[in-house]
Design a protein around this ligand. Structure first.
Ligand SMILES: Cc1cc2nc3c(=O)[nH]c(=O)nc-3n(C[C@H](O)[C@H](O)[C@H](O)COP(=O)(O)OP(=O)(O)OC[C@H]3O[C@@H](n4cnc5c(N)ncnc54)[C@H](O)[C@@H]3O)c2cc1C
Length: 385
């Protein structure tokens, strides 16, 4: 079967791309390997208001579970608790319903959706992509969009490279636990757990929480340590759901396009390495890929010279700023003593003491690192998550 566009993956990037293209009347098919769009969930289900607003998505009661004031990030290192605030409002969402709502908007405009179907290969010949699925079916298109997550088949078939650094996430949805349902998303990192990553408590409703961890260590063991530290007793009765997945954290891939192909979302490495959040970048990149795809269809030109506009736009986005990867590498390299100095600066100690720390030649290289780290946090805070 022939389509204008094939989108592989029905996550937020694939869903919004499909919606953007099908509303212009072009033929689109989304191919998704899961049996149900958005399920099982592999996410903490936190999204900023700005992520939605900047992508023209109206917050809906159908998938918003709770409103929050922002992110509070506590770094327990060097004997000091450093608290950082990303005070831009956001939501706990129902990720399954959210992903489904994007896809429904597309199918309402005539987009085809194929679930329970995995794309096995994509080969370009005579200016068309021929896509084979594990069900033995073949589909062709003028332009293929790889929205197929951190380990992308489309990227592999188009020789666009791969996400080199992946980090594992693991989460429990818990209920009836002895925890105050606050109105901030809380991030924690310490030398005992989430040393390279962070643990989180995301309040939902009805005394329900998403509590999870992203770490380069052992997620299950470290999540246990985190729960112990919060004095949360857990058992099979208060864990309602478990979810796990991987997240790219090495920044935007170098090449996001080639003739007749574009990558978006996690497939393009588009998470914020500091927060590891990826819904925002998935939405923005999926929307932009959809808009550029429409222009390419109107011109009937799918060459990389046309599609490079997409790549340039993505590279100019704050979430592609190299300072974010640099910032996270700095975070993971600081010693306890250096975290102490970071903590003291963060606690707004007296100006004179701070100045002394800054002008001490012994601290020069650390101060450079701290300034870079602060900039990375500032971008994450200002731009949203
Ligand atoms: C544990 C965890 C917690 C997270 N928490 C948050 C959070 O709270 N906030 C946030 O912003 N981000 C979070 N993220 C990251 C966020 O979930 C992703 O960045 C986001 O889902 C990326 O969207 P996407 O559309 O690019 O890819 P995905 O949502 O991964 O969608 C890709 C889709 O492609 C399908 N697919 C893959 N290969 C094929 C194939 N060959 N054929 C057919 N279909 C295929 C997959 O089944 C999947 O449905 C978290 C990630 C994890 C793992």
């Amino acid at each position: 079967m022939m389509f204008d566009i094939i989108i592989v993956g029905a996550g937020p990037s694939g869903g919004i791309a499909a919606k953007t293209i099908s509303k212009e009347g072009f033929s689109v098919i989304v191919i998704e390997r899961k049996n149900k769009v958005g399920y099982p969930v592999q996410c903490g289900e936190a999204v900023s208001h700005y992520a939605l607003e900047s992508n023209n998505i109206k917050p809906s009661e159908k998938w918003i579970v709770k409103k929050v004031k922002g992110i509070k990030y506590t770094i327990k290192r060097g004997g000091i608790d450093s608290e950082l605030f990303f005070d831009n409002k956001g939501y706990s969402i129902d990720r399954t319903l959210f992903d489904q709502s994007l896809i429904n908007d597309a199918t309402d405009k005539g987009c085809d959706l194929l679930i329970s179907t995995q794309v096995k290969s994509a080969i370009r010949s005579n200016s068309y992509w021929n896509v084979k699925t594990t069900k033995g079916k073949e589909y062709s298109c003028k332009l293929i969009i790889g929205a197929d997550g951190p380990i992308s088949t489309v990227s592999k078939c188009a020789n666009l490279g791969k996400n080199n650094t992946l980090i594992r996430g693991f989460q429990y949805r818990m209920k009836n636990i002895d925890l105050q349902e606050g109105d901030w998303f809380e991030f924690y990192s310490s030398s005992e757990f989430a040393y390279k990553g962070y643990a989180w408590v995301f309040p939902r409703n009805d005394n329900t929480f998403n509590i999870g961890i992203i770490t380069q260590g052992s997620p299950k063991e470290e999540l246990k340590k985190f729960l112990d530290q919060l004095s949360i007793k857990y058992n099979e009765n208060n864990i309602i759901e478990k979810n796990a997945g991987i997240i790219p954290m090495n920044g935007t891939l170098e090449k996001l396009i080639s003739d007749g192909v574009m990558l978006c979302g996690d497939a393009a490495g588009l998470t914020n390495p500091i927060t590891k959040g990826g819904i925002h970048a998935a939405l923005t990149s999926g929307r932009l890929a959809g808009e550029i795809a429409v222009k390419a269809l109107e011109k009937n030109d799918f060459s990389k010279e046309t599609l490079v506009t997409y790549q340039n736009k993505i590279k100019a986005m704050p979430f592609s700023d190299k300072i974010l990867v640099e910032g996270v590498n700095i975070m993971y390299s600081l010693t306890e003593k250096e975290w102490r100095i970071f903590g003291e600066i963060n606690q707004n100690q007296s100006r004179i003491k701070m100045l002394k720390t800054f002008v001490n030649p012994k601290n020069f290289s650390l101060m450079k690192k701290i300034l870079k780290l602060k900039k990375a946090f500032m971008i994450s805070r200002r731009y949203g998550w």
